[in-house]
Design a protein around this ligand. Sequence first.
Ligand SMILES: Cc1cc2nc3c(=O)[nH]c(=O)nc-3n(C[C@H](O)[C@H](O)[C@H](O)COP(=O)(O)O)c2cc1C
Length: 215
Amino acid sequence: MEQNQIIDSLNWRYATKKFDANKKISAPDWKVLSESLHLAPSSYGLQPWKFLVVQNKETLKKLTPLSWNQTQVEDCSHYIVFTTLNKVTEDHVKKFIAKTAEVRGQQPNDQGLMAYQDMMIGDVVKGPRSEIGKWWSQRQSYIAMGFLMQTAALLKIDTCAMEGIDPKGYDDVLGLTGTGYETVAAVACGYRHSDDKYQTMKKVRFDTSDVIKFV
Ligand SMILES: Cc1cc2nc3c(=O)[nH]c(=O)nc-3n(C[C@H](O)[C@H](O)[C@H](O)COP(=O)(O)O)c2cc1C
């Protein structure tokens, strides 16, 4: 891909306010989008998240008033709610280590893996960062959000990040209470409506030299 194609896709993307409810993301495109979430990086690789693709129409209807009545919730093709661990647990770290051993063909009690496990537990479960585990997990999820939105833009699929929601209300509707996961934000994915006036608005960004400094 040429450099200018990447910049074109960054300019093409905008926070879509009005989706065309008749246009749906194809299965092959959805596969790519879901891999952009699946392959997103996270600190230590711990993936403290679950991405809920809300398909049930009744559920989406309940989420709309919990989303400042924004129409994207029901009109987009795939509405993805980003949820993260409210506390990083020893079990979660052990699950990750077990997966690592499986994928990389290591013994489950491999010395290096055990040392890595103890180090992570000593940090995010019991150590200094355990106090901010919830915020730490939430921060990771914004990386996945960025991956999703840029991958979508490369495929000419529209998105809107949605923080204008009531996370606690979402937790209730989605049955998250007691699961250890809490709603952070959402991303609506689909196709812009031809009426959406925001698509022609110029991007407002501070000058590059104002925000990027070589120091
Ligand atoms: C984390 C985050 C949350 C956002 N929440 C909303 C939202 O709830 N509703 C909305 O219409 N736009 C939302 N936006 C879109 C921003 O307003 C938009 O990205 C910003 O104004 C820049 O415009 P652009 O994305 O069109 O370039 C959100 C963006 C981000 C990154």
